[in-house]
Design a protein around this ligand. Structure first.
Ligand code: GNR
Ligand code: NI
Length: 174
């Protein structure tokens, strides 16, 4: 396993639509293991492959409480097949938008179709934090970030802050 670096806004790769995985082979399982290690180290509860600059439709999640044993989940080509009409607010964060948290409303329950770690087709019905996290990660595979659900004012404010920080880092390097 290897720790990988997480890319942050305004990196344009976060806006890519990731490619479907055709075959779940050892190289995909290795990618998932690297993602899991990187997610635990961050720490975070979910990670999409594009966040480590791999534009593939691969997601890892672990929403176990901190005193419970680890419970990693692996999703290849995850697809939202149903979402409840009922929505609820939840304060979201993103490892690609460090130290920024805002409330987002999303469907409370979802059904997701995916391939598991061995490539077998599966479906999962989720609620609570797992439902929120699945939607957040599926969004990443489509180049969507949680700030896209905020008001234009809030989104532009946070994007500009990170653009400015990136420019400053560049000028310090030069
Ligand atoms: O670690 C994470 N926490 C989180 C909290 C609320 C809603 C979504 C998330 S996912 C985030 C990790 C991340 O950026 N995944 O893409
Ligand atoms: Ni995220």
């Amino acid at each position: 396993m290897a720790l990988r670096s997480i890319i942050c806004i305004p990196d344009p790769r976060l806006r890519l639509v990731s490619e479907r995985v055709e075959v779940v082979d050892d190289s995909i399982r290795e990618l998932m293991d690297d993602m899991l290690e990187t997610m635990y180290a961050a720490p975070g509860i979910g990670l999409a492959a594009i966040q480590i600059a791999e534009p593939r439709r691969v997601v890892v999640i672990d929403v176990a409480k901190k005193d419970d044993p680890p419970a990693p989940m692996f999703f290849v080509n995850p697809e939202l097949v149903w979402a409840s009409e009922e929505k609820a607010p939840y304060e979201e964060g993103c490892l690609s938008i460090p130290d920024y948290y805002e409330i987002v409303e999303r469907p409370t329950r979802v059904k997701v179709r995916y391939l598991d770690r061995m490539g077998a087709p599966k479906e999962i019905e989720a609620d609570g934090l797992l439902a929120t996290c699945l939607q957040h990660e599926i969004d990443h595979t489509n180049g969507v970030l949680f700030v896209d659900y905020l008001s234009r004012l809030k989104r532009e404010r946070v994007m500009k802050k990170f653009q400015k920080a990136a420019r400053l880092r560049e000028s310090e390097q030069a």
